[in-house]
Design a protein around this ligand. Sequence first.
Ligand code: DLL
Length: 433
Amino acid sequence: MIWNEKMETMAAQDLKNIQSDRLKSIVKYVYDNCPAYTKKIDNHGIKPADINTIDDIKKLPFTIKEDLRDSYPFGLFSQPIKQLKEIHVSSGTTGNPTVVGYTKDDLKLWSEVMARAIACAGGVPGDMIQIAYGYGLFTGGLGFHYGALEMGLTIIPCSSGQTKRQLKIMTDLKPRILACTPSYSLYMAEEAREMGLNPRASSWEIGIFGAEPWSEAMRKEIEATWDMEATDVFGMSEIIGPGVAQECLQKNGMHIFSDVFYPEVIDLQTGKEARPGESGELVITTLTKQGIPLLRYKTRDIVSITYEKCACGRTSPRISKIKGRTDDMIIVRGINVFPSQIEHVLLSIEGTQPHYQLVVDRKTGELDELEVMVEVDEKIFSDEVKKLRALEEKIRDEIESVLGVMVKVRLVEPKTIPRSEGKAKRVVDKRTL
Ligand code: DLL
């Protein structure tokens, strides 16, 4: 079902008109209510009156993560703190954490877009959903919770972790929808087998997986393992949390709810708009948010976009799977490496598991070394050394041909690589650059 027929199937020109009206209002709103934005817009040499249609968005300055950090904790807010009904804080690796907050209307918006997302994945009112994203300061658990409430689902708010208990709950209560990170769904499958359960017999028919990168090959793996439809959900705390974009069952790009989150894709080299189908950095403007609206926020996520109508009937643009980050991308001997490229190779090779970790190191005076640790299944691990070597070589050759950089491959026993109940840690960078 389509949750909001009007907004999600609107003709292109009508959508553009709404986006134009909303952009005009939001620019004036932040200019009048947030001194940091007043300054930013003034410094950019424009006035809110210069913004009349959605195409004028290009006249606006970008907002970056550092703007949020520099104005920590509340400097980019457009509403007094007492108007905020909920605050989330994400820990960064360096410097101040990022603080975001929601007014009552923002919470309504979040519920609305998450209801759209769950419907887009195939959920209908009356379904039971097991939410195994973390609840708390992370936006995953509560975002799904609000959307499910809005939709009229029966919620099991498991949060992440306590895997055996999750599986018992699934077996006994028989929820139809599972929401968690893709890597956690595979971890749960391992535990299920250990408990003597057959994952393919599970009650889950739909999975809504996101918060971390995953590949098409990983989707196939999850779908085959659990006998379910695995869909991708995208979002980030700064914009709203989960609920920025969601795949429908065509599984051909994530519908971005562009009447409220206006997307641009910016070419990394030229800084200009990338053509549809070409990769670039996703930039989002929140068109209706009140607490902490952001203009042209640079997400650091690399995607491509298409404006073609989807067979599901929705007219919203669709973004590709996240192809990498402008920052988590690692550079090894001058070559850009995305963990997703390696994942892709591993999943195409028999016997390897989609549990892997990249370790980058640089000894003094030497070149970067990239080691790929790959788990193999029990059967392969107990094979003779000759066979293991051959498999290592095969993986190495394939990775090297994709990346164009030398790598070391180390096969490790099942369950050696640390599992995560949230986002998997794919890269360990030991270099001091
Ligand atoms: O991860 C929000 C979320 C929760 C999304 C649950 C989906 C499901 P943050 O913790 O702020 O918010 O992290 C945002 O995670 O910029 C992406 O790099 C990455 N990310 C989120 N969804 C996907 C996805 C939540 N489907 C950052 N594929 C984003 C790849 C994703 N990366």
